[in-house]
Ligand binder design. Structure first.
Ligand code: ZN
Length: 446
């Protein structure tokens, strides 16, 4: 006994069979582990078993539509086996399950209906969109990709599919396509029919996968009313009305392969999910920037420009402060062996390095060979983080000064200055008491 072939599976002949479908196990083979990508998608890394059935309502991946998931209830058992993936191997559809099933066993199949219906809305929506783009603007769909959001969706953009076109659409063209598409969904719905033919009867077979058996296979052509006829093996809705809604976005078109453009769209129940997620983002941002939706872009632009200006100002004052700090330390080191810079506000690694740079120049200009040790440290109390730079004339000097630091902040990690010069380190989970201890250990040393 052999299974129904891909091209003429029950799910392809009637894409509205969702559960209670009876079939018989034709073969069951130990399977190789799922690809990393599939394992991530399905959360199933186990090797499992590939089961071929007399026929199936679970669609294997194809035509830009992902594989179905569902369940398989073996006759006589209470708990169904999860089908984590259905793959096509030549003309066979293989159902991935976690334990073996005996050949000849009767099983009952169910499809994850919500997931499949969402895929059919996106997929059929793409057919309609591509047909309209071709009719209105003679634009061929070069490829398309269906977004398959996993788990809880956070980003509105994770609900967007795209089609690749030879050029970018103007906002007016996008408007026109949106109006037309929704007219075919709401006012003038088109019935969708699928016809079957033998590959040998066809002139055009470029859309059929290379590993598909042309001799014994079946080719399916999807007809959207009189609008469009296209070879496709996927599962489709019965009418464009079931797409529910289709939105194409003028903004956010991206250029690929130099001249091509990706046009983003979403269909069906995803439209309201997208609107709801996008509305959350807008509401929060509006509150933060205290402005209306249409003022958001301008408001964010102004903030960005201000930030650039302020950053430049901050860098100017930091350089000035670092020069003064370095001068003070160099002056103290001309009299004493020890000097320090201990600051518990706005003093990170970047600032300490600026001070070090200036200090190194001043120390180089000295003509005596007097030993020196300088401890430069900054502390961020809220983050519990400390940055430390130790400067000394010799490796021993570095060791001595670093010893003072590690005695009070043992978690500090750093390196450098084996022959003198600069040692640089940082520490996390630094308590206020540790910082005070460091200040006491270093301050007042001569
Ligand atoms: Zn299709």
């Amino acid at each position: 006994m052999s299974g129904a072939i891909v091209g003429a599976l029950a799910c392809q002949r009637n894409s509205f069979l969702f559960d209670g479908f009876k079939a018989t196990v034709v073969s069951c083979e130990k399977a190789a582990p799922l690809s990393k990508k599939s394992a991530k998608k399905t959360g199933d890394e186990g090797a499992g078993y590939d089961v071929e059935l007399s026929d199936t309502i679970l669609f294997p991946e194809g035509g830009g539509q992902p594989s179905d998931t569902g369940s398989l209830l073996v006759e006589g058992r209470d708990t169904p086996l999860v089908v984590s993936q259905v793959s096509r191997q030549g003309l066979r559809a293989l159902h991935r399950v976690s334990s073996p099933v005996e050949v000849g066993t009767a099983v009952t199949l169910s499809v994850d209906k919500k997931r499949r219906f969402d895929f059919m809305q996106q997929h059929t929506g793409q057919h309609l969109l591509s047909a309209l783009l071709e009719q209105k603007y003679s634009l061929d769909t070069l490829s398309w990709s269906m977004a398959t959001p996993d788990g809880e969706v956070q980003e509105p953009s994770s609900l967007l599919n795209f089609i690749e076109l030879p050029k970018r659409l103007t906002p007016a063209q996008v408007d026109e396509i949106n109006n037309l598409a929704n007219e075919y969904i709401m006012m003038n719905p088109q019935g969708i029919k699928v016809s079957e033919s033998q590959p040998a009867e066809l002139d055009e077979t470029s859309k059929i996968p290379d590993d598909y058996d042309f001799g014994s296979g079946v080719v399916r052509t999807v007809h959207i009313g009189t609008l469009d006829a296209n070879q496709c093996c996927g599962t489709h809705l019965a009418s464009t009305a079931q797409i529910g809604s289709l939105v194409v976005f003028a903004a956010g078109q991206t250029t690929v392969r130099s001249t091509n453009s990706r046009l983003y769209f979403t269909c069906g129940t995803r439209v309201s999910r997208y609107a709801s997620l996008a509305s959350d983002v807008l509401a929060e941002t509006k509150q933060t920037l205290s402005c209306s939706e249409t003022q958001l872009a301008e408001g964010a632009g102004k903030l960005k420009a201000q930030l650039v200006q302020r950053t430049k100002g901050e860098q100017f004052w930091a350089r000035l402060g670092a020069t003064q700090d370095a001068e003070r330390i160099a002056k103290k080191l001309s009299d004493d062996t020890w000097a320090s810079l201990l600051r518990d506000e706005y003093c990170g690694q970047e600032y300490l390095n600026l001070v070090y740079k200036e200090l190194a120049v001043a120390l180089k200009e000295r003509d005596d060979s007097k030993p020196y040790r300088a401890v430069l440290a900054g502390y961020d109390k809220a983050a519990g983080a400390a940055a430390v730079v130790v400067v000394a004339d010799s490796g021993e000097g570095i060791e001595e000064a670093v010893g003072l630091v590690t005695a009070v902040i043992p978690q500090v990690r750093g390196g450098g200055g084996k022959k003198g010069g600069k040692w640089q380190g940082k520490a996390t989970a630094v308590t206020a008491a540790q910082w005070t201890a460091l200040c006491e250990a270093v301050k007042g040393r001569k």
